[in-house]
Ligand binder design. Structure first.
Ligand SMILES: C[S@@+](CC[C@H](N)C(=O)[O-])C[C@H]1O[C@@H](n2cnc3c(N)ncnc32)[C@H](O)[C@@H]1O
Length: 414
């Protein structure tokens, strides 16, 4: 189809004639790709909860205009929508019907996210009815280990880890720029414990934790309700496409989060986007190859090299620690600070530390299964973890677990 096809009512003119001022509040609409392209994208961000279909006039007009000027596939990107109601869904359905008669050769791809789960089911029905429609669920296929680190069983791992890490982390947070009265976002907040500890010790003005695990968020919200805490919220969302506004936080954290993504730069970009100029971004990353111990030194080395290798197969980098400084520099931050949190059985509660290592049995078993390791590999990893626990508990034994904490300032210039 040539690029000269004109829309019936002219570019930018809403088909229903309703002025743009009737657009639902808090909606951003962006069209990319340009006229006559094989592919164009219309991205909707924010809240799409019209009372009546007419409030969708501007959206409809942009979609129709893009449909007329796209040759191959029109992507309707809804992955950053925070809310959508059925009025909006029905209007999008009507748009699909309009395309099937006005531009029958055009393909439509809806990009959705599990932030609005009911919409996935409904768009699947549309895709079954119209062969030209496909849907892509943005956050379904992040990486194969995603389900593991987001399910209830992982709660135990995070709880035991957090207790130990906080003891070593809290003293340095002021050096990284944390002080009372800030607006904080904790991205990949897990169980939300960190946010609660910050609330207790640093008295922020407001703190929001974002995570992609529903069981973790349930846990976090329950905790906040149990303790009657105020100024803390938890939001379900995707760190790669946060539903938080630009330049809106003084301090943005992502702890042990970058390492679970195969494209951590994309997450850093989002952290930067929501941080205000002059605010700081704080991240922590493990260095698995730095986990060393005595007496079974070789078994330690083999075990954690194997875990790193399986992590790579599954799209994670559990050896990110040493790259912390360069990641922050490459993201465009300034005034970079990095320090090593060395957690070992000499400076930590050994019972708690042994529990942390024992909890890793669950994760490593899952990693072995998902990366299709033979049973003997899993057996040897279990031996390695046992050796780690023994090193912690035996007199004369030593075991160290390094985590790198780094922060940088978002420049005032863009
Ligand atoms: C290793 S845990 C770290 C959790 C927490 N920051 C801590 O230090 O205990 C990684 C976290 O990233 C979350 N996560 C994974 N993919 C995510 C995504 N796409 N968006 C937001 N959170 C995600 C997981 O649910 C998990 O809570």
């Amino acid at each position: 189809m040539s690029s000269s096809i004109a829309p019936p009512s002219g570019p930018g003119v809403p088909s229903s004639g309703v002025p743009p001022s009737c657009m639902p509040v808090a909606l951003n609409l962006k069209v990319t790709g340009g006229e006559g392209q094989d592919e164009q994208e219309v991205a909707l961000t924010g809240t799409l909860r019209p009372f009546v279909a007419e409030e969708m006039a501007t959206v409809r007009a942009s979609l129709e205009q893009a449909a007329w000027s796209t040759r191959g596939t029109l992507c309707v990107n809804l992955k950053r929508l925070k809310y959508m109601n059925n009025v909006a869904f029905l209007e999008l359905n009507r748009f699909v019907r309009w395309v099937s008669t006005s531009r029958p050769e055009l393909k439509i791809k809806f990009i959705l996210s599990s932030v609005i789960p009911w919409a996935i089911r409904k768009f699947q029905v549309i895709a079954e009815l119209y062969p030209s429609v496909t849907i892509e669920v943005y956050d379904k296929a992040f990486y194969p280990i995603q389900e593991v680190i987001e399910d209830d069983e992982f709660i135990n791992v995070l709880r035991t880890q957090e207790k130990i890490i906080w003891e070593h982390e809290q003293d340095k947070l002021a050096w990284h720029g944390l002080r009372p009265g800030l607006r904080i976002a904790d991205v990949c907040c897990g169980l939300g414990d960190f946010a609660i500890l910050l609330q207790r010790d640093f008295r922020p003005e407001y703190i929001v934790g974002v995570d992609h695990s529903k069981p973790f968020l349930r846990y976090a919200r329950q905790h906040v309700a149990d303790y009657g805490l105020e100024n803390i919220e938890y939001q379900y969302g995707d760190a790669a496409a946060l539903l938080l506004p630009d330049n809106s936080f003084d301090f943005v954290t992502c702890r042990l989060g970058l390492q679970v993504f195969n494209e951590p730069q994309g997450i850093l970009r989002e952290l930067l986007r929501i941080c205000r100029p002059g605010g700081r971004i704080y991240v922590t990353n493990e260095l698995m190859s730095g986990i060393i111990g005595w007496p079974q030194k070789e078994l330690f080395r083999w075990t954690y090299e194997k875990v790193i290798e399986m992590g790579h197969v599954l799209g994670m980098d559990m050896d990110t620690g040493l790259k912390t400084r360069s990641m922050l520099i490459n993201a465009g931050l300034e005034d970079i600070k990095v320090h090593l949190i060395d957690i070992n059985n000499m400076n930590s509660d050994s019972v708690g530390l042994a529990k942390v290592v024992e909890s890793w049995n669950y994760v490593t078993r899952q990693m072995c299964q998902r990366s299709e390791q033979p049973p003997e590999v899993f057996e040897r990893i279990r031996e390695g973890l046992r050796a780690h626990v023994e090193a912690i508990q035996t007199e004369g034994g030593f075991a160290s677990w390094p985590i790198y904490a780094g922060s940088g300032r978002k420049p005032f210039r863009s």
